[in-house]
Design a protein around this ligand. Structure first.
Ligand SMILES: Cc1cc2nc3c(=O)[nH]c(=O)nc-3n(C[C@H](O)[C@H](O)[C@H](O)COP(=O)(O)O)c2cc1C
Length: 189
């Protein structure tokens, strides 16, 4: 099984990074082939909104890490995305990446009907935020982040197999109990 992990947090020792690290180790120990991309290592120019990719199925911008990431998404069976909640949404760098990938995630028919390009693949989504539980969910904090990521994946054909939202990280950073929940999600794949 080919697993691609996209880390949307800029903090290498942060909550999301630790959760994804636990998942990566668990997946590797089970013989899965794992690639990990850190959003801060990627150089991605923002989408210019020209819409040319909808017809040409290629981006007019010079090749950068967006196209490279798309090639990895095309090869994966399972996509794992971890994102801290920023303003009830995903961090800007992650959104910039997915804006650039629209043509490789979701096609459309001549009449504009969406065509998911990744049918049959699964995804796992993680988010963390300082808003304590249950308000991280009730007030659309980590829940807003997950909802925004789900939107991208749903139209792209991915089945979201599991999500994990961890609130209250200011008072209680991610602990062993949360890391074990992350490993369990891998074991259930
Ligand atoms: C720019 C910015 C915006 C944030 N917005 C929110 C927010 O809307 N709601 C929330 O609960 N936490 C918010 N946070 C806090 C982060 O989500 C929280 O610290 C998270 O656990 C960081 O994850 P990390 O350690 O993996 O980077 C924000 C943090 C930053 C830097």
């Amino acid at each position: 099984m080919n697993v691609l992990i996209v880390n949307g947090s800029p903090r290498r020792q942060g909550n999301v990074s630790r959760m994804l690290g636990a998942m990566k180790s668990e997946a590797e120990s089970r013989g899965m082939q794992v690639s990990l991309l850190n959003i801060t290592d990627l150089s991605v120019r923002p989408c210019t909104g020209c819409m040319a990719c909808r017809k040409s199925l290629a981006c007019v911008l010079p090749d950068d890490d967006a196209q490279q990431t798309l090639r990895l998404i095309q090869k994966c069976d399972v996509l794992i995305i971890g994102a801290p909640c920023y303003w009830g949404n995903m961090p800007g760098q992650l959104k910039v990446l997915f804006d650039r990938l629209v043509y490789g995630m979701m096609g459309e028919s001549a009449s504009g009907i969406p065509r998911p390009l990744h049918k049959g693949k699964r995804a796992i989504l993680l988010s963390t935020g300082t808003t304590p539980f249950p308000f991280n969910i009730l007030f659309n904090q980590t829940h807003g982040t997950i909802r925004a990521l789900r939107e991208i994946l749903r139209w792209s054909g991915f089945k979201v197999a599991a999500t994990l939202e961890r609130g209250g990280t200011k008072r209680q950073p991610v602990d062993e109990k949360t890391l074990e929940r992350c490993r369990k999600m891998i074991r259930r794949l």
